[in-house]
Design a protein around this ligand. Structure first.
Ligand code: CP
Length: 318
């Protein structure tokens, strides 16, 4: 980000607490734009942003598109399934082709960890990582931090459990860094088969026993079982997984009255979270989705717009 002197958003590891606070403060301004009768500002008029998604997405892609439209940016849609990727065109040639048409930003999702870092070598545009393999999903972490702070205030000392398929989760990696940067205590919870072989460098503790931490949590953050990334069975059955590591109704009853239930989506009700628990008032899962638009407006504005400090929000309706 601009405070860190970079044009890209590739990893939460590139952001310090000041960077994150700058983004969250700007998000608050853009959330206000979203409540207007005409939720649109001219902040990125004349800028063009391309979406390059090699993996499926509902939330991330639609919220980036909504964010760009609210900022008056032009967008260039790229669909792998109807593109020349199917004729064998490489990622590099695809990026250089899109860049040649004139773009200011490119939002990339790819199954390969590090793909957005490579893309940043092949284009002059700002690159935003919308999820790369198991590696990083920085805007998910930012929208989760924003959502959590709206309910809990400062996150210093708050206890966050990230529960489930940690090993295959880019969300876990980004959120562990993000919550720790904001002063929270992060505990990873999962069976040995779903935790990384080494937690060296992770700012976290870990346990295999959700019941040992559930009463103490400020946030219980559930992860989807990512069967598409698992080469072999990691749990005996999904039913047993739900009993051992799912947020069942009984476990949700043990959470404190102010504790939040969070999930990045898409959810598998009845696996990592009981169906009725996902609909409880302290489950803020759809609120996370809504906040994703405002957070992505802030990120796009800081990277592509007049995000020089002091920030000129340029929020006047056109
Ligand atoms: N949370 C998230 O990244 O969802 P999508 O895969 O639908 O974008």
């Amino acid at each position: 980000m601009r405070r860190s002197g970079t044009r890209h958003l590739l990893s939460m590891a590139d952001l310090d607490r000041d960077d994150i606070e700058q983004i969250l403060n700007l998000t608050e301004s853009f959330a206000e734009v979203g409540e207007r009768s005409i939720p649109k500002v001219p902040a990125l008029r004349g800028k063009t942003i391309a979406w390059v998604f090699y993996e499926d997405s509902t939330r991330t892609r639609l919220s980036f598109e909504t964010a760009a439209k609210r900022l008056s940016a032009d967008t260039m849609n790229f669909s792998v399934s109807s593109s020349s990727v199917n004729k064998g065109e490489s990622l590099r040639d695809t990026i250089e082709t899109i860049t040649a048409m004139g773009i200011d930003g490119v939002v990339v999702r790819h199954r390969a960890a590090g793909a957005p870092h490579q893309v940043a070598q092949w284009t002059d545009a700002s690159v935003i990582n919308a999820g790369d393999g198991w590696h990083q999903h920085p805007t998910q972490a930012l929208l989760d931090l924003y959502s959590a702070t709206r309910h809990l205030g400062e996150l210093d000392g708050k206890h966050v459990a990230i529960v489930g398929d940690i090993n295959h989760s880019r969300v876990a990696r980004s959120n562990a860094i993000g919550f720790a940067a904001m002063g929270a205590q992060v505990t990873l919870v999962g069976p040995p088969t779903l935790l990384p072989p080494s937690l060296a460098g992770w700012p976290v503790e870990a346990t295999h026993d959700l019941d040992s931490v559930i009463d103490d949590l400020d946030i219980c953050y559930l992860l989807r079982m990512q069967l598409e990334r698992q080469g072999q069975a990691t749990v005996p059955t999904l039913r047993e997984y739900h009993q051992e590591f799912g947020l069942t109704s009984a476990r949700a009853d043990r959470l404190g009255s102010d504790a939040l239930i969070m999930h990045p989506g898409p959810m598998n009700r009845g696996v990592e979270i009981a169906g009725e628990v996902a609909d409880r008032p302290n489950a803020i899962i759809t609120e996370q989705v809504a906040n994703g638009v405002s957070v992505r407006m802030a990120v796009l504005f800081l990277l592509l717009g007049a995000g020089l400090e002091p920030v000129d929000h340029n929020l006047a309706v056109a």
